[in-house]
Write a protein that binds this ligand. Structure first.
Ligand SMILES: [Zn+2]
Length: 192
């Protein structure tokens, strides 16, 4: 998997974690004493979350993130299942709408003796780390669930639900399908 890293790099995430003062403890998962095998967490993201993060272009949303941890001897697999909607501005008409999102993101925490980002989805974390705050990763993966091109969805009849006033203006600028009679006359001359 490759993707653009929208926010900060992995080292910065850890730096933020160390200096961070709770209240964002709802995204902290304990690692000490985590037994081998599967463990599930559920996170609900709503308007407050997106307002605080203040990423340009997303100021509201309702998203459920199901996290499955699978701990092995030397690593933890994390599967994020993200589903919900984000309020974004339409690339065609500019109005806000609710864009559905649904994605899965799998990453691996390998136990080591320092922090390191091996790739987009493989991280090294200290084996004796007590807890990990997933807030930043969850936010990042949620934003990455957005499609590249954000357009109002069509209604059931297949018609655009974009702002009709803006669409009318856009159509007025579109070149007409009818041919210009002067061009037709020129073409005739060329072929003579
Ligand atoms: Zn639109």
């Amino acid at each position: 998997m490759s993707h653009i890293r929208y926010l900060s790099n992995f080292a910065a995430l850890f730096f933020d974690q160390r200096k961070e003062v709770k209240p964002h403890n709802e995204f902290i998962i304990p690692l000490t004493g985590l037994p081998l095998g599967l463990k599930h967490h559920e996170f609900e993201l709503s308007r407050d979350f997106f307002v605080e993060e203040a990423y340009e272009g997303v100021s509201n949303g309702q998203v459920t993130v199901l996290l499955t941890l699978d701990k092995h001897e030397n690593m933890i697999e994390l599967l994020f299942q993200i589903e919900g909607w984000l309020e974004v501005n339409c690339d065609r008409c500019g109005d806000a709408y609710q864009q559905s999102i649904r994605s899965n993101q799998k990453i691996i925490f390998n136990f080591g003796d320092h922090y390191e980002e091996e790739s987009d989805d493989i991280f090294v974390i200290p084996a004796d780390l007590h807890e990990y705050n997933l807030r930043q990763l969850i936010y990042e993966y949620t934003i990455l669930s957005l499609p590249l091109r954000k357009i109002h969805p069509n209604d059931k009849a297949g018609n655009s639900t974009c702002n009709p006033n803006v669409l009318n203006k856009l159509n007025a600028f579109r070149p007409s399908q009818a041919t210009d009679p002067r061009w037709d006359a020129l073409k005739k001359l060329q072929h003579q």
